[in-house]
Ligand binder design. Structure first.
Ligand SMILES: *Cc1c(COP(=O)(O)O)cnc(C)c1O
Length: 442
């Protein structure tokens, strides 16, 4: 029980979150003390929760399928300290850009453990991938198929590729994060015959080794059925092409998109729930079609870092419009977390220094940036906020720091990793000097 204004928010805060007489601790660190030491807005990651999630996905899928390679989808949040944990827990890595690849390489991530995704990898990025000797390129379209084959040939290299197919399944999530339907920019569509054409082309390309099939439906996916429907479509597709010369079906992936619980009222399936459905369905589907036993790779991103991350803001201005609404603003907002503006994402909010007080007024928690859409939480019941109060936004680890911008010349926040009462600064707050760093004098 984590009593926050009379409600139990233990399901959305990190595993180590505790209410104390003075406020809240996470990883044994007092949030108010962290705010004083590092300033706000501040993001923290709880190492215990990160490791717990990494192990939960890995172990749950391995319990339900014999050959599993978990990959962490780096775009959800990429940092050196996190990559260390990801690697220690035996994960490979999904990257979606030359920048993510360069970052992973710079911190020594083993290239053969890296899978490269993306719907428009540039020739330069494909060259970088080949030069790095990465494990797999997940080929998304015909332009890439031809370019990669040509570039690999020019280097005298062969490259292992996985084909990304679009199974035409709607996972019932936000339209901006749906990827596996027919009308999507991602992947070769099965229904149109393009996936079939691509498979034949990849299988005969002189410099490509076609080793598997991948699909990714979108994110976050709160239902399990879409994964199973997509799996059936993909396995039928594989079965229809089993005898194509040059196609070695050694890997399959249902992608990522595993949901996390953002609100106390909207639970998400656990890693075990996903694994217990997907693993056996895959086994049975393979057996029914006599397709052998390919390696299963899974790609959780959000579900690894989401709940481990918490944003901490300081309360400032208040504006009451009688009979309409009260806005209370904090010292961050869409520059560090664009998800509410982009996806209508919703969050719980805790007033750290008033945890025991009842939620006695309804306000809208606004950011400080110059857009009316810069709202962090609309119509939320909280204790009456005063300037200087600290608010914590849980489940802020995925796609918030990762999508942070310098809009309004905002300084990207500091990030700390907490564990056993110690807070380690893993990314320093940007400075005004940083804002000028890329300007070139004329
Ligand atoms: C973004 C992405 C993921 C991760 O999605 P999450 O919702 O963060 O789990 C996995 N696979 C692919 C191909 C992606 O593009």
């Amino acid at each position: 029980m984590l009593n926050v204004h009379g409600r139990d928010l233990s399901s959305v805060f990190p595993l180590t979150a505790r209410a104390t007489a003075a406020g809240m601790t996470i990883g044994g660190c007092d949030l108010a003390a962290l705010a004083r030491r590092f300033g706000t807005p501040l993001y923290l990651f709880d190492e215990i929760t990160l490791r717990h999630q990494l192990r939960a996905f890995r172990d749950a899928f391995r319990a339900h399928y014999p050959d599993v390679l978990p990959l962490y989808a780096a775009k959800a949040y990429l940092g050196r300290a996190l990559l260390r944990l990801v690697r220690e827990e035996g994960y490979g890595l999904d990257v979606v850009s030359g920048g993510e690849l360069a970052f992973a390489r710079a911190v020594g991530y083993p290239p053969e453990m890296i899978y490269f995704h993306g719907n428009n990898k540039t020739p330069a990025e494909l060259e970088e991938a080949l030069a790095a000797g990465i494990g797999r390129v997940v080929v998304d379209n015909f332009v890439e198929l031809e370019t990669l084959d040509r570039l690999a040939g020019a280097r005298g290299q062969r490259v292992a590729v996985v084909l990304r197919v679009s199974p035409g399944i709607d996972p019932h999530t936000h339209s901006k994060t749906t990827t596996g339907i027919v009308d999507s920019k991602f992947g070769f569509t099965i229904a149109t015959g393009q996936a079939s054409e691509a498979l034949r082309q990849a299988a005969t390309a002189p410099n490509l080794d076609l080793v598997g099939i991948h699909s990714h439906l979108g994110s976050p996916i709160f239902e399990i059925a879409p994964y199973l429907e997509a799996l059936a479509v993909v396995l039928d597709f594989v079965a229809a092409h089993r005898d194509v010369p040059g196609f070695a079906f050694r890997e399959i992936s249902p992608g990522g998109g595993f949901a996390v619980q953002y609100l106390a009222s909207t639970p998400a399936p656990t890693p075990s729930d996903y694994a217990a459905a997907i693993g056996p369905a895959l086994c049975q589907g393979l057996e029914a079609r006599r397709l052998g036993q390919p390696r299963l790779f899974i790609e959780p991103g959000r579900a690894i870092v989401g709940r481990a991350g918490v944003a901490i803001y300081t309360v400032g201005a208040r504006k009451t419009i009688p009979g309409v609404r009260t806005y209370v603003s904090v010292d961050g907002g869409m520059a560090d977390n664009i998800r509410p503006a982009l996806y209508d994402a919703r969050y719980e909010v805790a007033v750290v220094n008033r945890l025991a007080e009842p939620a006695s007024e309804v306000i809208t928690l606004a950011g400080k940036y110059c857009e009316s859409g810069d709202i962090l939480a609309r119509d939320i019941a909280l204790p009456p906020l005063q300037p200087g109060d600290l608010v914590a936004l849980p489940v802020a680890g995925a796609y918030a720091p990762a999508m942070a911008s310098n809009y309004n010349m905002a300084l990207k926040p500091a990030i700390v990793l907490v564990r056993d009462g110690e807070a380690k600064l893993i990314r320093r707050r940007e400075t005004y000097e940083d804002l000028l760093r890329f300007e070139v004098d004329d």
